[in-house]
Design a protein around this ligand. Structure first.
Ligand SMILES: *Cc1c(COP(=O)(O)O)cnc(C)c1O
Length: 379
């Protein structure tokens, strides 16, 4: 099966009871057992649920992995993943990771004696220099949020293999349609399914995909022990969203290329971060490891005042956190998604006060550009 066919059929089978073509939502906390020690594969819904199982198999198929695990949010998935570590372990992470991951590492897991170091993973030398005797994991986001930095997946995977580190990639921005980290030798993929996978801004979810059966066993143990699972309704919503992933991503890609080109030519825009632009410093790497550049763009207007002014004037673009839905969202990373990062750090990683982030939706691109044009005119 090719990708689009997989997105619709991979793990989906008609329900054996009545033949309903859609996966039923199994709203149950427990399962009746025929006799002691004899059940149909399900015992208690925190451990497993048939609707969730279908989604877990579906995302594994799309990522080219053996196993999938579903959680109540991206952060629940990522928290469970970090529970693979032990106190005293050192994690090297991309300096531009999702703000919530930075907060989790610096303010929560620090209390459990886990040492998170945020470095520029676009240059493998920085990763190499950060290695300590207690390093266990390299956690990469590519493209990063919001500056759209690209990390070389093959290089990171190879380095981690030689060192025995667990390599992890947050594939939320690219989705399995545009990027396949496991194919480059990465060990574990995490997703916020809240974003493109669901695609309709109406649920929260997190996913993990991997090949290693021993680590899968550990993660399933952690999933049921910590309990941050995805509900059957959310699993169903996500399954439904995934069926249109390809058509949505194709449109996100096309629209974002046009919007990036428009912004790039606009005299009031200082800089546009979009890996699809030839001016992006890692455009070639993006072309090599991605099958499209996605729908996320960040651009710099120079000052907080100008960013504020633009955000007040947009009409079609909605001012909101989050991304990956069908509607165009616009946000201000420095005061919204990245507010938990100290100002000094923010500056270092390129999250300037004038930076605006766009999650380009699938509306008519002419309307998106017209809205940005009228808003920029007033800035
Ligand atoms: C949103 C997001 C997360 C966190 O996911 P939630 O579903 O909001 O918990 C993690 N990584 C990236 C890249 C995200 O965009």
């Amino acid at each position: 099966m090719r990708f689009s066919t997989k997105a619709i059929h991979a793990a989906i089978e008609p329900d054996p009871t009545y033949g309903s073509i859609m996966t039923p939502i199994h709203l149950t906390s427990t399962y009746v057992q025929e006799e002691l020690g004899k059940n149909k594969g399900y015992e208690y819904a925190r451990v497993s649920n048939p609707t969730r199982t279908v989604l877990e198999r579906q995302i594994a198929a799309l990522e080219g992995g053996k196993e999938g695990l579903a959680f109540g949010s991206g952060m629940a998935a990522i928290s469970t993943l970090f529970a693979l570590l032990k106190s005293g372990d050192h994690v090297i992470a991309s300096r531009n990771v999702y703000g919530g991951v930075y907060r989790l590492g610096k303010h929560v897991l620090k209390n459990f004696d886990l040492d998170f170091e945020f470095v520029d993973t676009t240059d493998l030398d920085h990763v190499k220099k950060s290695v300590k005797p207690n390093t266990r994991m390299v956690y990469v986001e590519t493209p990063t949020n919001p500056t759209m930095e690209i990390t070389d997946l093959a290089a990171v995977a190879k380095f981690c293999r030689t060192k025995g580190f667990i390599s992890v990639v947050d594939n939320t921005f690219a989705t399995p349609y545009l990027q396949s980290p496991l194919a480059f030798g990465i060990d574990i993929i995490v997703h916020s399914a809240t974003k493109y996978l669901n695609g309709h801004s109406d649920m929260l979810g997190g996913l993990i995909v991997l090949n290693d059966s021993k680590v899968t066993e550990q993660l399933r143990f952690l999933q049921k022990s910590i309990g941050g699972i995805m509900s059957p309704f959310e699993a169903w919503m996500c399954l439904r969203g995934i069926k249109t992933l390809v058509v949505r991503m194709d449109r996100h890609n096309r629209n974002a290329i046009d919007v990036a080109a428009f912004l790039n030519k606009h005299r009031k825009v200082r800089k546009v971060n979009y890996p699809g632009l030839v001016s992006h410093p890692q455009h070639r790497l993006a072309t090599k490891q991605m099958r499209g550049f996605g729908g996320m763009i960040a651009f710099d207007l120079g000052t907080l005042e100008k960013a504020k002014s633009l955000l007040k004037r947009v009409k079609l673009c909605s001012l909101a956190e989050s991304l990956g839905g069908v509607e165009t969202l616009i946000s201000h990373p420095a005061t919204m998604t990245h507010a938990s990062i100290p100002a000094e750090e923010r500056k270092k990683i390129g999250v300037t006060d004038g930076l605006v982030r766009l999650s380009v939706g699938i509306e008519d691109v002419e309307d998106i550009i017209a809205d940005l044009k009228q808003a920029l005119a007033g800035v």
